[in-house]
Ligand binder design. Structure first.
Ligand SMILES: [Mg+2]
Length: 271
């Protein structure tokens, strides 16, 4: 049960665009009573990791900038970006998500862009860009630790992330968040079938599962499709591959401006 003082810090003053209306926000300001779970039917909350719990995409953007600079003898920055993205998409089925696949895609793209003329020195620099991406210090997003501390006392929490297994395990270890989670699932992809499998593994029904994440494509749409619930917390930088052009027809879901608004969704006054 969350105390009033805790909740007051987290309840949104603005920015909750769906379902959680101004009435509830006003109510939160007046709460003086103990709080109870507002989603008691939810047995497990799943959290995406990259750009939900910690910074990620911004580091890839930085690596891409270094890549396009190295390709300047052959292509403009815009063209080199396009080639890199094509290479990533071509290789995704083979290498999966994550920094290692990204590194191989940079090398692959560089060889194509240069018609095989790229030097071993540049290839070495690309490998170093990939290593730097893997070794970049982990930075948690605002309020993540405080919110998880509160939620884990009332809800079972798990991580459901895609990406390279070793990379994601390393990041989780460096985050010091492992203790909050009952289970960590590194998925090769986030589609309805993989979420069905996850829910079966957790031994719960889909309607007892709620996913929180920054990607509509990976964390919201496939989750709603299996009959579970989802909360979208967009991050300002989104990888092209994760963009959803047409959002019409998506079932209702909650969108929050930031992680710290989650407590306002999961708790309500006792009376
Ligand atoms: Mg993410």
């Amino acid at each position: 049960m969350a105390g009033y003082s805790v909740l007051r810090r987290y309840f949104p003053n603005k920015g909750v665009r769906k379902r959680v209306g101004s009435k509830q926000r006003l109510a939160a300001e007046k709460w003086r009573t103990p709080l109870v779970k507002s989603k008691p039917h939810i047995k497990v909350i799943g959290f995406d990791a990259d750009d939900t719990l910690w910074l990620n995409e911004i580091h890839y953007r930085n690596s891409e900038r270094q890549f396009v600079e190295l390709m300047e003898p052959w292509l403009t920055k815009r063209e080199a970006m396009k080639e890199l993205f094509s290479s990533e998409m071509e290789n995704l089925g083979l290498y999966g998500y994550g920094a290692k696949g990204f590194t191989l895609s940079m090398i692959d793209a560089a060889i194509s862009i240069s018609n095989g003329q790229v030097s071993s020195d540049v290839i070495r620099q690309l490998i170093d860009i990939g290593k730097a991406l893997i070794n970049v210090p982990l930075e948690l997003l605002d309020n993540v630790t405080d919110v998880l501390t509160q939620l884990c006392s009332d809800y079972k929490l798990i991580v459901a992330t895609k990406g390279d297994l070793l990379d994601q395990e390393r990041k989780l270890q460096n985050s010091n968040l492992e203790g909050y989670f009952h289970h960590v699932e590194v998925m090769s992809d986030k589609n309805p079938d993989s979420y069905r499998k996850l829910v079966r593994h957790l031994d719960i029904q889909p309607e007892e599962f709620l996913m929180v994440g920054n990607s509509l494509k990976s964390d919201v749409i496939p989750v709603l499709e299996i009959g579970a619930d989802a909360i979208h917390i967009p991050y300002h930088t989104t990888w092209e591959h994760e963009r959803v052009a047409d959002t019409s027809g998506i079932q209702p879901y909650i969108t929050l401006d930031s992680f710290h608004h989650l407590l306002g969704v999961f708790y309500r006054p006792a009376n």
